[in-house]
Design a protein around this ligand. Sequence first.
Ligand code: HEM
Length: 391
Amino acid sequence: MSVAATNFDRWIRSSFVEMNTALEDLYFERDDPAQIEGRGDQIKAELLSEGQSLIAPLAAEGNTEKQFDAAFDVLGNLGLFLAALRRHELTNPDRETESPYRDCSALGMHIAASIGVAPRFATAHLTTHNRAINGVQKSFTSLHDERLFLNYNLYGILGYKRAGAALMRIPPIGVSAPGAALLLEEAGAALEQVTRSNKTLFDNLDVARFFFCIRPYYKPYRVGKDVYRGANAGDFAEINQIDLLLGLCRGNDPHYAQILEEKILFMMPEDQQSLRKCLGMRPLLDEFLALAPGSAGEPWFQKNCKLFLDVCEAHGRTASQHQNMLVRKYIEKPADNVNDRHLKQITASGPPLPELIASLQHLRDLRMAAPRDDIETAHWKLAALRDALGK
Ligand code: HEM
């Protein structure tokens, strides 16, 4: 890492966190914590000028080292800074047609174009690729609830990655292989891990702190002329690999294909590659259905198909937790009590809340293979497999 990159990183891990935390405390003690204008103006000005002065030498340098890790890290730090400016209303895509921070935008776009990702901070910057120093990873604030949120995002992602990696090993050996049973068990155990960590997050994260002091850092912001949506914990490949390999979601379903298309640049390049690879694989559901007529009575079918159905159920359970517990408790319910003006862009992906909720419910129902008249889910196909097993 260059001297300029090291200096910026040190600042992001220290003064930046202190200033954001001080601002959050000032906002949070107000009767209406969503009303942030006119609070902490001096701190906001320091945050802006200190960040800009550290970014100027980086912008001049560009991505000259041509090292992926270093460049990706600088992009993340830059993104954290811009997300904080957005959070403190020092920029707002609705008021502007172009980001007022031209140096930052130029640096972000330069790095992003050279490494093949979106020019903003992504989930990986705060989770899987967030290097700890002396036990502390990067964050916007030092609030206990933010650390909790980030830790449990990472645990959830790691669980899904474990499940996705196991499932990806099945197509080359086929669903009838004895090893497929081992891999399905591994995927099921990994999804159980996600269920447990989601539940712990649900039991421990403070609603008001999350809604008023953490979530606002995930708003969309502009880089150059374009608005980029906020990061979300779903920006990694394996969640979709699980969907596709199980056969609960389909790459040729226009709703689902749109999700894949939209998120691909928010993923790490290696995730982009493995998602593309997965799109060329035949779903396990289709394999089992094709083999059921001749093999349903075989011991391998009885064992592996049952394990497969258990994995589908476990995946549906994590999806229902995400929607019915996390999204409902931490976004939908608190949003009911907030003034419409503040509600705007409360979601990281940008669309109005009811639209976002409907889209997330659609995904949940695909993953749960719920019976729905209006959209095609795997409900009947899974029922056919259960019949084949004699259950
Ligand atoms: C307080 C906790 C959480 C809340 C309130 C929450 C809320 C949301 C919301 C509103 C979205 C839609 C995009 C956006 O506007 O950001 C989203 C997307 C997503 N989140 Fe979470 N989330 C939470 C924790 C988690 C955790 C722990 C995971 C586990 C990895 C996770 C996985 C996902 C995934 C995979 C997506 C992309 C859409 C999908 O494929 O389902 N979330 N989340």
